[in-house]
Design a protein around this ligand. Structure first.
Ligand SMILES: Cc1cc2nc3c(=O)[nH]c(=O)nc-3n(C[C@H](O)[C@H](O)[C@H](O)COP(=O)(O)OP(=O)(O)OC[C@H]3O[C@@H](n4cnc5c(N)ncnc54)[C@H](O)[C@@H]3O)c2cc1C
Length: 329
């Protein structure tokens, strides 16, 4: 029984999140049993990129009506492919905006559900995903007939672990590529695609910062930001933020840390008023020392923190800033 891995394209290349999904696919089957799927109107270059990876085969799902992404086009085309490949046990996707849009409909066409946002896969297979903003982990097992649809959280699986796939060592040949042409009619595409979501630009290189002070919604309003700016200045740290801060326009998008922002690994990551949602954690959990300030002792950020301060940031941050200044003078 094989695994189908549906790769996502961005800017003419396969997105990194797709290679993380490949690492997840390898948890479900040996590389030779993983079929990578590229989808679009012209997929030759994407297929060649995929064929160089540790997969058994690449399928190009190609049709002029797949030129731009639509939920109808993608779900109909992949449904036809799956009907054609009835030995497929699992279908794996990166958990992107696009996947969230069309894969539930695709799964539904096959009488299945999507196990979305998976953070780990254990033998069984048992899929883990977070619930209630990371306060609980849920374990899921697929049962019944039909393929199991799974999407994996950005940052949860290491894309570079594919290089070490032992089953593909000694097989330097690119994987074979097949063409699949779905039957699609213009009337079946009911939506007109708009501008795709643009992830945050990366002109501030938080990735090479040694110290980061990161601020979350606990700061309450933009007027209070000087409080954390003063702490960052005292520590000689870069200022970063969780997504709501950037969505509100309080700090530029390029300072966002997380699955749709930057991935950072500083020596010190100081999280101020950040709850620790999985989308934030995947962007900073590789930091060497994590310090969290939060008034909620049960905040999920404390699970990854090396040091936790349970308290009101409006009291703790000024005191910390003064202590740092005093220690450095
Ligand atoms: C597809 C997708 C992608 C996403 N990408 C990202 C991403 O890249 N980065 C990201 O960060 N998020 C991302 N998110 C959003 C994410 O799910 C969370 O909503 C977000 O991280 C929450 O931000 P927060 O921790 O600042 O806010 P909240 O979850 O509201 O947490 C605020 C925290 O502040 C604490 N607090 C409140 N007042 C005080 C006080 N006075 N003193 C101390 N503590 C206080 C509270 O206890 C709480 O824990 C994404 C979501 C989706 C669906």
């Amino acid at each position: 029984m094989s695994v189908l891995l549906v790769l996502e394209e961005g800017g003419g290349k396969i997105k990194r999140a797709s290679w993380e999904a490949l690492a997840a696919a390898h948890r479900l089957a040996p590389a030779q049993e993983v079929t990578a799927v590229v989808i679009g109107a012209e997929t030759e270059a994407l297929a060649a990129e995929a064929a160089a990876k540790p997969v058994g085969k690449v399928v190009r799902v190609e049709h002029p009506l797949l030129n731009t992404y639509t939920a109808d086009g993608f779900s109909i085309a992949l449904h036809q492919l799956l009907q054609n490949q009835n030995r497929t046990k699992s279908v794996v996707f990166p958990h992107t905006y696009q996947v969230r849009d069309y894969v539930p409909a695709l799964a539904c066409r096959m009488g299945q559900v999507l196990i979305g946002d998976v953070t780990s896969i254990e033998d069984g297979p048992i899929f883990t995903r977070q619930l209630l903003q990371g306060r609980l982990n849920g374990s899921y097992r697929h049962s019944g007939n039909g393929p199991c649809f799974v999407s994996v959280q950005a940052g949860a699986f290491r894309a570079d672990s594919n290089i070490a796939a032992p089953e593909m060592q000694g097989n330097p040949q690119p994987a074979p590529i097949e063409l699949f042409t779905p039957t699609l009619e213009p009337a079946q595409i009911r939506t007109q695609p708009g501008e795709p979501f643009r992830e945050s630009a990366q002109t501030v290189d938080l990735g090479s910062a040694q110290r980061i002070v990161s601020v979350g919604r606990g700061i309450k309003s933009a007027e209070n930001l000087p409080l954390v700016e003063a702490l960052a200045a005292a520590l000689g740290a870069e200022l970063a933020a969780s997504r709501p801060i950037c969505d509100n326009g309080w700090l530029p998008m390029e300072r966002q840390v997380g699955s749709s922002g930057q991935t950072v690994a500083p020596k010190l990551y100081l999280a101020v008023g950040i709850s620790g949602a999985i989308q934030h954690l995947v962007g900073m959990k590789g930091s060497q020392c994590i310090v969290a300030i939060n008034k909620d002792p049960d905040a999920p950020i404390f699970e990854v923190a090396d040091y936790g301060i349970v308290g009101d940031l409006f009291e703790v941050v000024p005191a910390l800033t003064e202590a740092v200044k005093a220690a450095r003078s």
